[in-house]
Design a binder for this molecule. Structure first.
Ligand SMILES: Cc1cc2nc3c(=O)[nH]c(=O)nc-3n(C[C@H](O)[C@H](O)[C@H](O)COP(=O)(O)O)c2cc1C
Length: 180
């Protein structure tokens, strides 16, 4: 997390706002709403056609993005807590609901993400400690092994609770921060 472009300053958006973006099959941005542009501090022309990783924050564990892409490619939706980086290096947390868009032949034609304000207690009690532990596992010379091990740590942790990822997320989203 030694990125000189990070300010350490958190940004917030309102409970009634929704951050929206759409991508093509490769994750290149094809749409970003005004709330997206405002919080991430970009103009529309700066993000259209860019990989969505343009707002990737270095403290996001890669295992979560692996799970996100594997789920979407199976034509399933996913909820995920994500920390993003603004153009100037500030950060903001979201709870994202990402879905594949399908055509009449059931082929994936793109992806869509809606993001709302996450519960602070869920972040502090569950997500930040989980992501930190996954991120730590990923910090090793062999990137591939790091990702495999952190992904395994994630699935092992869920298994020890007898939960699928979907159930785990549904439970913490609905818990409003109470003993997740
Ligand atoms: C619809 C959609 C929305 C996405 N939103 C984000 C996002 O807000 N932040 C982010 O870091 N990655 C987002 N991603 C994942 C990125 O495409 C990418 O996998 C991730 O930033 C990791 O990039 P990297 O593997 O190049 O490090 C999104 C992907 C899709 C399909």
């Amino acid at each position: 997390m030694h990125n000189p472009k990070l300010t350490g300053k958190e940004r917030f958006f309102k409970d009634d706002e929704i951050i929206v973006s759409k991508t093509d099959l490769k994750g290149h941005i094809t749409y970003a709403n005004r709330v997206f542009l405002k919080i991430a501090d970009y103009r529309e022309a700066e993000v259209l056609g860019q990989p969505h990783s343009i707002i990737r924050h270095p403290s996001m564990p890669r295992a979560i993005f692996r799970l996100l892409w594997e789920t979407l490619e199976k034509k399933q939706e996913i909820f995920a807590y994500v920390i993003n980086r603004t153009k100037g290096g500030d950060h903001y947390w979201v709870i994202a609901h990402v879905t594949p868009s399908l055509d009449s032949k059931n082929r994936i034609v793109g992806y869509h993400s809606n993001r709302r304000v996450p519960e602070r207690q869920v972040l502090d009690q569950t997500i930040i400690p989980l992501y930190k532990s996954l991120w730590n596992i990923e910090q090793q010379d062999n990137r591939k092994t790091g990702l495999q091990q952190s992904y395994k740590a994630l699935t092992d942790q869920l298994q020890s609770k007898g939960q699928e990822y979907d159930e785990f997320i549904a439970r913490i989203i609905n818990s409003r921060g109470e003993a997740a």
